[in-house]
Design a protein around this ligand. Sequence first.
Ligand SMILES: [Zn+2]
Length: 379
Amino acid sequence: MSKNYTLLKKDGKARRGEFRTVHGTIQTPVFMNVGTLAAIKGAVSSMDLKEIGCQVELSNTYHLHLRPSDEVVRKMGGLHKFMNWDRPILTDSGGFQVFSLSGMRKIKEEGVYFNSHIDGKKIFMGPEESMQIQSNLGSTIAMAFDECIENPAPRDYVEKSVERTTRWLKRCKTEMDRLNSLDDTVNKNQMLFGINQGGVYEDIRIAHAKEIRELDLDGYAIGGLAVGESHEDMYRVIDAVVPHLPEDKPIYLMGVGTPENILEAVERGVDFFDCVLPARNGRHGHLFTSEGKMNLFNAKYELDERPIDENCQCPACKNYTRAYIRHLFKAKEMLAMRLSVLHNLYFYNKLMEEIREAIDNDCYAEFKAKKLEAWSKKK
Ligand SMILES: [Zn+2]
């Protein structure tokens, strides 16, 4: 049995659990709110995150390594102190950004050589460097350094890449054990999640899952999805992989997704989620509501006195009208983005709370059907 994760209940394959960390216990399923540079884009602070029910904040290793640098964050006492957030933080490995942001890159056995997307400077990152940076940041959960392959990719490339990802994972584990044993490490209890890869090839995914589960990590992620494949392929891969990951460890589906994607993945046994979608959409006036999506730029909201969502208790909905926030967008006032991002993140965090409640009450399937029906209403 894992000492950190407790599976409290199952409703079908949907899992209700608890994950204990040095920064507090996480109730799962959970959505992690993405603050790339130790802030949610749209002027949302760590104080706001508490108000909108965020349990876990996610920051990006690659971005913080470049700005302000992980050394600066370490000198400031780690990410928790730096951004004034005392709950769990998950940092990604930097791998995804290295592969998606840097135009020039060379993958070698030792790691990846690439150019900074800010100033073109040459940088090297391998498993050890990624662990060192994440250790300097002092996050609660660190992610293993892997290669995120785009879909579709040729089978022989995927096979070779996955083998390398496994070798990298073993190096990550060795390096994290070493770092956690040092006297001046920010968080000596830092945890490591491994990442399952294999593109859309079920057999490669399953073989890889069986291999990495032997490493007895704190949690396991399914990576390399929502990167070009269809939703059907994504659900098929999740269906195939989840049964081969340890039942007594949390499962994290990286970078996913829409509220509909989350409902589908929870039904298949996923516990952790993250996505830039709610914040990004919010910044563009695209809002999630209990009755489906809404574009605040639409002229019909010009004199609309109702809140964004009449069923929402977020700071934006409790205090402001659609007409006002729409005006702020038209006038390019920063407050428009802030209020919309607060609403969208609250919507996601609240959705997860309702999901947990539904699993607790053995009515997940019914809950999911009701939600999907309500969201499909025309706005
Ligand atoms: Zn709201």
